[in-house]
Design a protein around this ligand. Structure first.
Ligand code: FES
Ligand code: FES
Length: 228
């Protein structure tokens, strides 16, 4: 029993000591306490109190683009993506926002001949660039051959990924013509006939949630001049 009593006392002592420590730290709270050392930050800074310095607002900048052959002069918040500049500032809503994180390819456009994810780049980074969107490739009355092939081969279902797929496909065929190797599997050969494996790999950044891949491959293969 003596051991039990000693144990209880120890616990009470411990709790009392803890309470005293808490009370002491409260009474000597950071607001009242002197800095621990001459170089220490004042207590108000340590608590991250709001500074009286004005918060800088958004910065706007002019940017000049040639979009689908037309010069467009914009002034945008420097944080505006190229995708938002096209959709929100120029009302070119053919280019779609899917993931907004560079993972689906729905936002693919062609900038100075190269396909890019427009959600991953800022508009102001493309001063003077030539941008081609799905609207610039063709119209319902005068479709680009890739658009016509997608229609012919049913290369879409809901159509949400289709503008990005078509822009990407057009650029892929140009990359192959120029002898630009695939980014991922550089050993794939670009010599005709275009292999389905190579085509699927080159188009792998464009996701189709409807799974229309076989028909997309058939459409691109036809335009590439190989048997579907
Ligand atoms: S919206 Fe740009 S990659 Fe998905
Ligand atoms: S057609 Fe629906 S996501 Fe591709």
């Amino acid at each position: 029993m003596q051991g039990q009593s000693h144990h209880d006392l120890s616990r009470r002592d411990l709790l009392a000591a803890g309470a005293a420590t808490l009370a002491g730290s409260s009474a000597g709270s950071p607001a009242n306490a002197a800095p621990a050392s001459p170089g220490a930050a004042p207590a108000s800074e340590a608590r991250n109190e709001p500074s009286s310095a004005p918060t800088p607002g958004p910065v706007r900048m002019p940017v000049h683009l040639t979009v689908n052959g037309t010069t467009r002069d914009l002034e945008v918040d420097t944080r505006t993506t190229l995708l938002d500049a096209l959709r929100e500032h120029l009302s070119l809503t053919g280019t779609k926002k899917g993931c907004d994180h560079g993972q689906c390819g729905a936002c693919t456009v062609i900038v100075d001949g190269v396909r890019i994810n427009s959600c991953l780049t800022l508009a102001v980074m493309h001063e003077g660039a030539e941008v081609t969107t799905i609207e610039g490739l063709g119209t319902p009355g005068h479709m680009h051959e890739m658009q016509a092939a997608f229609v012919k081969h049913d290369g879409y279902q809901c159509g949400y990924c289709t503008p990005g797929q078509i822009c990407s496909a057009v650029a892929v065929l140009e990359e192959i013509k120029a002898g630009i190797p695939s980014h991922v599997t550089q050993d794939l050969v670009s010599a005709p006939p275009l292999s389905e494996d190579e085509l699927r790999e080159r188009m792998s950044g464009n996701i189709c949630r409807c799974g229309a891949y076989s028909n997309i491959v058939a459409a691109i293969t036809e335009v590439a001049g190989s048997p579907a």
